[in-house]
Write a protein that binds this ligand. Structure first.
Ligand code: HEC
Length: 115
């Protein structure tokens, strides 16, 4: 009787660990598109070219391949985290993981390389 109880306890523990890992794995899936829509689109525009308001502040055109080549991911992470001139810092709004994810999205807005 005691053995069955112990066995049950082990199984329950195992299942709860499994569930915990699953939920953290799913939680880690960051929706960069949504972040961009909520936090960046008002200045940078849906397509990354910049809105009226953004252009007034001096946003770069994310569709410009030369601009894309001129910045590194690290530089973007730094600018988004700490801000750059008129670009507001995002470190109080977004986690480092979310900032990394949104940099990926900025790269997606780059033109396809034509060769
Ligand atoms: C209030 C308007 C505004 C918002 C909101 C905003 N930006 Fe910007 N962003 C700017 C401006 C202005 C610049 C140009 C800064 C400069 O170089 O003078 C800029 C520059 C950038 C750059 C280039 C940085 C570099 O190193 O040259 C990146 C990347 C960027 N923004 C990403 C984002 C992302 C991602 C978000 C959302 C999380 C965001 N921005 C939200 C205004 C904004």
């Amino acid at each position: 009787m005691k053995k069955i109880f112990l066995y049950g306890l082990v199984v329950t523990l195992f299942l709860s660990i499994l569930q915990f890992n699953l939920s953290t794995a799913l939680g880690a899936k960051i929706n960069y598109k949504k972040i961009f829509e909520n936090e960046c689109e008002k200045c940078h525009g849906k397509d990354g070219k910049g809105t009226k308001r953004g252009k007034k502040l001096g946003v770069p055109n994310f569709n410009d391949g030369e601009w894309q080549d001129s910045v590194t991911d690290e530089q973007m992470i730094n600018s988004i985290t700490n801000g750059k001139k008129k670009m507001p810092a995002q470190k109080h709004k977004l986690s480092p993981e979310e900032i990394k994810a949104v940099v990926k999205f900025v790269r997606i807005l780059a033109p396809k390389k034509r060769r």
